[in-house]
Design a protein around this ligand. Structure first.
Ligand code: SF4
Length: 323
């Protein structure tokens, strides 16, 4: 299998990040929320594009803390004390900024912020009482609305092994998709993309896997960009679903089927043994996966050689050691 694009430092994937997570002192208290995992680990593979919406909207650091307030049915961004309203400034910043973010393949957002928070942001009533706790920050909501396929994640959620692995996997797939578009979409390119991500899709969501195959069976029925859009709008949300242990087991067994002829009975027995050990939770995913990769590299199986499921991101991230 060829080297993964993310293995080389000369091609890091462009990913956006809330500036305070990179250690910039842009928070309302003049501090930051430096994420060492982002800068020291993900930064080896992601070229971070840092952005602070509140500073971008013209605020200074330090400044008053902000919060979302619902007034006459509208969500406003206001200072926590007094009535100073920054909604128009923020929307104007967002309108200008979003068009410069189309090249990003993902975004790591700071949680709990009325600007950057992805979910569970409090909205207050004018009298200061909490009206609800289910909003998104203004910038995060606009980002998700403008780039619905772009993987977004909050930094705090990256502490969860499964969510972290899922986010990184999606960034690599989305990057592959964007590069396919940028290189000029062709029928062959679209089919090759589907082929190399097929097992990932199977692991994440069997029903989407079954649905999108027929979508690509007749590429003349509609203009190619229309079919491609229909395809990817099903694939990216499906990849956001967590893969259960059972689903990884099924996918690995399916994959092993392609190697049946080429492997000795003993090799097959050893692979099955480790898949079962993974199923019982005795070894992490990396163990059977490494055996499958070893088996795949020994045999001439061009179809499996292209499967991103076997190597969805650089090994050095160690993500499958913890699944
Ligand atoms: S959470 Fe967002 S708006 Fe707040 S300081 Fe960090 S980057 Fe700026």
């Amino acid at each position: 299998m060829s080297a993964h694009p993310g293995d080389t430092k000369d091609r890091r994937i462009p990913v956006g990040i809330s500036a305070c997570l990179l250690g910039s002192p842009v928070r309302h208290d003049g501090g930051h929320k430096h994420s060492r995992y982002c800068t020291e680990v993900l930064g080896r593979y992601f070229q971070f594009h840092s952005l602070c919406p509140e500073m971008g909207a013209g605020m200074s650091a330090p400044r008053q803390a902000m919060r979302l307030v619902e007034i006459d049915g509208q969500i406003r961004l206001r200072a926590t004390r007094g009535e100073k309203d920054f909604t128009a400034l923020m929307h104007s910043f967002i309108d200008q900024e979003l068009e410069h973010l189309a090249h990003l393949r993902g975004f790591v957002l700071m949680a709990k912020s009325p600007s950057c928070g992805m979910e569970r942001i409090r909205v207050y009533r004018a009298d200061g009482e909490v009206a609800r706790r289910d909003a998104s920050g203004l910038f995060a909501a606009a980002l998700a609305g403008r780039f619905p396929l772009m993987p977004l994640e909050e930094e705090g959620r990256l502490n969860d092994d499964g969510l972290r692995e899922n986010f990184v996997e999606r960034v690599f797939v989305y990057d592959d998709w964007c590069r396919l578009q940028e290189g000029g979409l062709t029928a062959e390119g679209l089919l090759a993309f589907h082929r190399r991500h097929k097992f990932q899709l199977l692991a994440h969501c069997q029903s989407t896997y079954r649905r999108v195959g027929p979508l690509l069976s007749d590429l003349k029925r509609q203009p190619l960009p229309v079919i491609a859009e229909e395809y990817i709008t099903q694939v990216m949300p499906a990849l956001a679903r967590r893969v259960s242990r059972g689903s990884h087991v099924n996918t690995m067994l399916h994959l092993t089927g392609f190697l049946r002829e080429a492997l000795s009975a003993e090799d097959r027995r050893l692979i099955h043994q480790q898949i079962e050990a993974y199923q019982r939770g005795e070894v992490p995913l990396v163990v059977p996966m490494t055996m499958l990769r070893g088996a795949q590299s020994k045999v001439e199986q061009p179809y499996l050689a292209t499967q991103e499921y076997l190597r969805p991101y650089p090994d050095a991230l160690g993500l499958r050691n913890r699944l």
